[in-house]
Ligand binder design. Structure first.
Ligand code: CP
Ligand code: NVA
Length: 308
């Protein structure tokens, strides 16, 4: 049985297998075909943070695959009142077929998975957001962007950046990360990613100059400057990230055909200009929709692994 906690635990071939299933499922859906590949299965979704896309895509996806999804907010279940993670994992996994968790510390999800009898999916932790990267990768492929891509990530060294590093390391992309001083990526995660990159031929570089990162890039991407849980730091971050807003002027440095991705929610006038969001809205909202298809692919893949 496999869990989906970070992309670092997956091989390039496995990531491609998940994407292949997602592509088929998307094709079927567009043709009005609903294959009940997870009939009678239940996905428990534990949310300790807010969500629009993750909740809607997992819940809808599970329904379309013939199963059911349970929304469990930590305000409603005993986990939020101090019931141990291990006990919660044992109980939920004795009744459900898969669990998706959005939480703060990554160690919470690891502890849950260690005590779960069913696959656990990371729906975002403070450290990683791997399901988002499956959708991002699917979107890149749909727009004809392959392993030769040069990706520029401009902004906070956060859960999205960490997941981009592992996607790049596994698939062999070039990834340039520009963060303000003091907001760099986690050094341990960077080292791990660099080690993996050596095997795949990926090139990961970190810098503090957004222009240097964007120059000749195929994809430019960013994320909020203040992630969930960092609301109190918002004002000081807005000051620290001056010069890091991705706008049309900065995009001019990228290749002519370069695309802009954003995992959303976007804060126009902070990490991205309203104009750039508008210019690239097609790909950005395809990226959001692909959360549904990519995660359906992931759930079907995890179910197949479990039955092997
Ligand atoms: N991108 C993303 O995960 O969105 P939500 O926070 O709305 O789920
Ligand atoms: N880095 C952001 C991603 C939101 C999808 C956060 O953790 O809030």
């Amino acid at each position: 049985m496999r869990h989906f906690l970070t992309l670092k635990d997956f091989t390039k071939e496995e990531i491609l297998e998940i994407i292949d299933i997602a592509v088929d499922i998307k094709k079927d859906l567009k043709a009005g075909v609903y294959k009940k590949q997870l009939e009678n299965q239940t996905l428990a979704m534990i949310f300790e943070k807010s969500s629009t896309r993750t909740r809607v895509s997992f819940e809808t996806g599970m329904f379309q695959l013939g199963g059911h999804a349970l929304f469990l907010s930590n305000r409603d279940i005993h986990l939020g009142r101090g019931e141990p993670i291990a006990d919660t994992a044992k109980v939920i996994s004795s009744m459900c077929d898969m669990v998706m968790i959005r939480t703060f510390e990554h160690s919470m999800i690891e502890e849950f998975a260690a005590n779960s009898r069913v696959p656990v999916i990371n729906g975002l932790t403070d450290s990683y957001h791997p399901v988002q990267l499956l959708a991002d990768y699917l979107t890149m492929l749909e727009y004809g962007i392959n392993e030769k891509a040069v990706i520029a990530y401009v902004g906070d060294g956060n859960n999205m950046t960490n997941s981009w590093m592992f996607l790049a390391a596994k698939m062999g992309f070039s990834l340039r990360i520009a963060t303000p001083k003091g907001y760099e990526v986690d050094g341990t995660i960077l080292e791990e990613a660099l080690k993996m990159a050596k095997e795949s031929g990926a090139k990961i570089t970190v810098m503090n100059d957004p222009k240097e990162a964007i120059k000749n890039a195929t994809i430019v991407t960013t994320d909020t400057w203040a992630s969930m849980g960092q609301e109190d730091e918002k004002e000081e971050r807005i000051k620290a990230f001056k010069g890091f807003m991705v706008d049309s002027l900065q995009m001019c440095l990228a290749r002519k055909t370069a695309k802009f991705l954003h995992c959303l929610p976007a804060y126009r006038g902070q990490e991205v200009s309203a104009e750039l969001m508008e210019l690239h809205s097609d790909i950005i909202f395809d990226e959001a929709e692909n959360r549904l298809h990519a995660q359906k692919g992931l759930m079907v893949w995890l179910d197949r692994q479990r039955k092997k």
